[in-house]
Every structure is written in structure tokens, then in C-alpha cells.
Design a binder for this molecule. Sequence first.
Ligand SMILES: [Zn+2]
Length: 202
Amino acid sequence: MKKLPEEYIEISGEPFIIAMMYATPQNMTQTAVYEKIGFGNRAIVHKDMWEKISKLIPVLKQENLKLKIFDAYRPPLAHKMLKEIIPMEGFFAANPERSQHCRATAVDICLCDENGKELAYPTKVDAYTPYFAEQIRQGKTDEFFIHLQKARHDYFAPEMETEIKNREYLKQLMLNIGLEPIPHEWWHYNLPGGNAYPMPEI
Ligand SMILES: [Zn+2]
């Protein structure tokens, strides 16, 4: 692995847990794409993104929480492979240029307790479950898209009081440090203006 360009930071250490979902088969494609291309389990972001995320460190320590990172910078080659495995619309952006992950200005995250256990949310990060992953691999998406309603920030259900409270708390933390939520994925946060950043070669 060559040295990172100086505008980019690899996130590591407390209070972060690095668990890149595409470094293992535990993702919708059921393929460890980051391992296949030799990228591995690395959470890399643009330094402007790190400037925001690093503001969380004292807050997380004070609250005895950890931030688990499931995706950050996504190499364009990995994005192309993911898109090839799941070509249907609604999963991966049509090309790397359209994904802020490929510009190192987006993260997929959730909060964990002090022991590293994920807090409860209305869905798992990326709405991943082995059941849906298998369905999608077989080209069956209808049931999954219904499930995805639960991934929206405007999803409410009385029986999910705790899950929704956790989702809202994460959102407030991220808004406080200046990151932007997107309406349909509670785990995804963008650096404002991040789609204008260059795509690095890492
Ligand atoms: Zn994302």
C-alpha cells in the first residue's frame, strides 16, 4: 500500500471501530470486494471530513460511546465491482463519479456502546441481513425495497421508540459537527459540498 496523499487521513484508534463492510462478505453483494482489490479494512477520508469527524472524539469519550465505521473512501475499482455484482438501480450509484464515497467525503456509521455493541436502530447499517442479501443476489428486490422504508429518516413506528431515538441522536451529533444526512439512509453522512471534491488515487 503506497503512502496516502497528504489531503487524506486514515481513521484509526479509540473511539472508532473500523469495520468496513466491503472488506468482508457481510454486505449486500456477499463479496469481500475491498480484500479482492487489496484495499482491506481501511477507513480513509478527506482531511476536511476528518476535521468534522474528529470533533466527535471528546463527545464520544464523555458519553462512553464508540463510532463504528462501515464505509468511508471507496476505491472506484471497488465501486465498479459492486455495481457489476448488483447492477439494479437503488443500490450503487451508476458510476463512481456520482458517489461521495469515491471522493472520500461520505461515511456509513453507527454508534456503539463502550463494549463495542451496536446500538439498536430501525435497520442494520446498509439494511443488511443475510436474508435480503441472498434475495438481492437472486434478483429479487421488491421485499427489500419495502424493508428500506425503515432506513429513512422520516420512518416512525411506535414499537421502535428506542431505535428511532438512537437514529435521531446520531443525526443530532452529526449535524452538530456539520455533516449532512440523506433522507433514505440513516447511516450515511456527507461532507457538505463533498461531491465537488476530486476522486483521489489511493
Ligand atoms: Zn454510504
